[in-house]
Design a protein around this ligand. Sequence first.
Ligand code: ATP
Length: 614
Amino acid sequence: QFERPPHVFNRGSSPPFTLVTTLFRDLSRANSKPPKRREALAKWFHKWRTDVGNDLYPAMRLMVPQCDKDRAVYGLKEQALARIYVTVLELDPGSNTAKRLKNWKKPLKTNELGPENTGSNSGTGDFPTVLYECIKTRVTAETTLTIDEVNTLLDSLSTNTRFQAQAAVMTQIAERCSPEDQIWIVKIILKDLKISVKENTVFSVFHPSAFEIYNSTSDLKQVCWKLYDLHCTANNEDTEIQLFQPFQPMLCKRPRRELQDVVKLMERKEFIIEEKLDGERIQLHKRGKEYYYCSRKGKDYTYLYGQHVGTGSLTPFIDGAFAAGVDNVILDGEMLVWDPFTEHYLPFGWLKPAALDKSNDPTKMHPCFKVFDILMLNDRRIYRWPLHKRKDALKKVFSPVTNILEYAYETRGRTAKEVKAELERIMDDRGEGLVVKNPDKPYVLAGREDAWLKVKPEYVDEMSETVDVLVIGADYGTGKRGGGVSTLICGVRDDTMSGDDPHFLSFVRIGSGLNMSEFEEIRRKDWREYTPGEELDFVKLSERGTEDKPDVYIRPEENFIITVKAAEIVTSEKYAMDWTMRFPRCRAIRRDLTWQDVMTAKDIHEMRTGGRKR
Ligand code: ATP
């Protein structure tokens, strides 16, 4: 834990919370241009430093809440906040306001629009806006909370995860905060202020070295307390990665659609091709016999995987694998779950249950750490070395322990043809895609550079399946997609059923590929409310899972058909078809087709047995 130095402090009592919310309001003004926003931020920091003191940590926690790892997760998303507000406002759960809060994604019919939603559906799908509409006439409080008080309340919200305790905290907030300022608190809890200012802008205005310190420590306190004044200079140690401190890992860039683009970005030289592993990004720090594990966001997972050889679900099995002489090391890789029973890696959701299993039974599923990079070796920071040199160093660090500690698969290539062949191989193995890396480039903290490119089959036009499916239902969208239906649930025709009435099997859910005007067209269609559990006479939904259960449905006579492109067709229990598509994208609304033209279950089986179309 980094302690606050004595020369960093604020004078007098904490400033009012309105000091930050006034800034948020200024920054979020639609016509405010980026240079103006930077200027407003700079003035604000200057004023704090002059009037309040040099400890900006209390304010920065509220300004970049997504970077504040000191406040554990709240476990509160929109739906939970809606339930809490029903309690806070003492609403009858059957009242229109309670329903509006809980159904914040659902657009209202014209006759339901009232003063509570300013007579329009514009806020639907954006929880803070819907909440504001519901509280603006109910809450009459003025904001009397200070910044410190808000931080204390948020601390207790994150440490008390019980509903009643969280509702009690939110009640205190509601009693001492204006409706507008409560909405800012809700946005802080949701870690998305929507003020059109990215965290790197806030950091760069705060201090030129702030982002560097944040990237190497993931610690907002250190940023604020080491750079308490604009005249402070960060020394090399401050901006360097350190053992047992989470750094911001390097990420992958998405190339343009053609594989030739990958070759070009790799400077037409030999490149490294790795599998894009589908688990959780984990960094492992080891000092002698002590281990530390954390996620991409800096969440400490040592309690799961083990601080020492005697604890956790991984450390006991890997401690002996490190080469003699490897004392201190920082490794970067992906944590997966290996299931010895099926001899497959399990989906992401199994990570925690596997890591929490204390039985240490080798026949049960367990974590497997696949390492692809090294940043520090025996106190030497080597992350600026070119990747090929880092790989050489990495290969001497440990002897692999099958399905427990492994080197991520890698090969070399030079051409688009080789990337495609590798992608096909990985897809046949149910992989997600590839990461193509430039062997001459350094590791860039928080970088998303040309040096690491993610390549997925859906980026490659000739590597996908195309099907025409019937839209049978949809879910309401949120955020930018709020205000109406967004995700489409589609089916294929069940050709085993005879008779004149069409019958379909749920098959795939599609969230991307449509533009705004297509959404507008879709939203005008004749959607009907779907009641959970309801049986629809024209479609069979799966008996397991909720993936294919819509908020609203649409009848086949509406002839709403779309062409979908996806990486491949795979088995799935979540759809009545027992198959679904991976990484689907809508390519077109087919106004020229009727429900008789959509693909049948037999067509899908044939596509599967005939092999993937390429
Ligand atoms: P996506 O949604 O496509 O997975 P993302 O936004 O989560 O992308 P990206 O920057 O696009 O993140 O991809 C980086 C992520 O890919 C990493 O966080 C890591 O978990 C994962 N990954 C899997 N395999 C590799 C690999 N071999 N090298 C680097 N990153 C990898």
